[in-house]
Design a protein around this ligand. Structure first.
Ligand SMILES: Nc1ncnc2c1ncn2[C@@H]1O[C@H](COP(=O)(O)OP(=O)(O)OP(=O)(O)O)[C@@H](O)[C@H]1O
Ligand SMILES: [Mg+2]
Length: 228
């Protein structure tokens, strides 16, 4: 990425983020920033160019609500020691999403492969697919059955997504891709049962709109029964 490429983003990112992007592009993770795909509550998501492919850069804003992030992380045994400044916590949050994605991929879950994490910047695989929210499944029952298989795979490697809904699932030619793993947490987390229940309630609510007759408790149990 040439210095010129930075100029367009000078007012978008703070100094440290620009330096981080420069470092990652220097290490060969991407060549240039293409453009924004989404501006979320805590992060901005961009596509970046890498050779002939696209990748995704998810950049947590350094003005993000780090207190909420901290509260969320402190009960996760993997991050129990995280404390300190706002930036330390935001950087740990990005690292948490990276590790969650890595674990999900190791468990064979259909999710973006994480490629690099540095400071508040996460580089990952791009999927050319709309959100489930924007493209309903053609066969809801089949789609749901594929989806619950992914949720079970994730649970078996010790993770609960904890922010699962049609807003964090892509519809890749009728296959569910799970995204947005920043909230995902270790299945040993004390509240994990409640969070998994909430995830399953969201899915049941969405799929029952298509005439399915899923029961929240039954669907929760289909996953929970795999706990170790
Ligand atoms: N790997 C990816 N491939 C394709 N599109 C993606 C990918 N990751 C994110 N997106 C797009 O960017 C949007 C925002 O990403 P994501 O859900 O991870 O962040 P967010 O909801 O802003 O998260 P947070 O609540 O952590 O700020 C998604 O809704 C999706 O449209
Ligand atoms: Mg999201």
């Amino acid at each position: 990425m040439s210095k010129n490429k930075f100029i367009a983003y000078e007012n978008v990112f703070d100094e440290a983020t620009l330096r981080g992007l420069f470092k990652l592009s220097g290490q060969g993770y991407f060549e240039e920033i293409e453009g924004p795909i989404s501006t979320g509550k805590e992060s901005n998501v961009f596509t970046v160019k890498y050779k002939d492919e696209k990748r995704v850069a998810k950049i947590y804003r350094t003005s993000a609500n780090f207190k909420k992030m901290y509260d969320y992380m402190k009960s996760d045994p993997r991050f129990a020691g995280v404390k300190g400044t706002k930036l330390t916590i935001i950087y740990a949050w990005a690292k948490k999403e990276f590790r969650n994605l890595l674990k999900a991929r190791e468990g064979g879950v259909l999710a973006p492969t994480p490629l690099a994490v540095h400071q508040n910047i996460l580089i990952m695989e791009y999927f050319d697919a709309p959100l489930l929210q924007n493209l309903s499944p053609k066969k809801p029952k089949e789609f749901y059955e594929r989806l619950i298989k992914e949720v079970i795979k994730l649970f078996k490697v010790g993770l609960v997504h904890a922010d699962l809904s049609e807003f964090n699932i892509l519809n890749l030619k009728e296959k569910p891709v799970l995204i947005d793993f920043s909230h995902a947490l270790d299945a040993r987390y004390p509240n994990v049962q409640r969070l998994l229940k909430r995830d399953m309630e969201n899915l049941v609510r969405y799929f029952n709109k298509f005439g399915l007759k899923l029961d929240e408790e039954t669907e929760f149990e289909r996953v929970w029964t795999h706990r170790k």
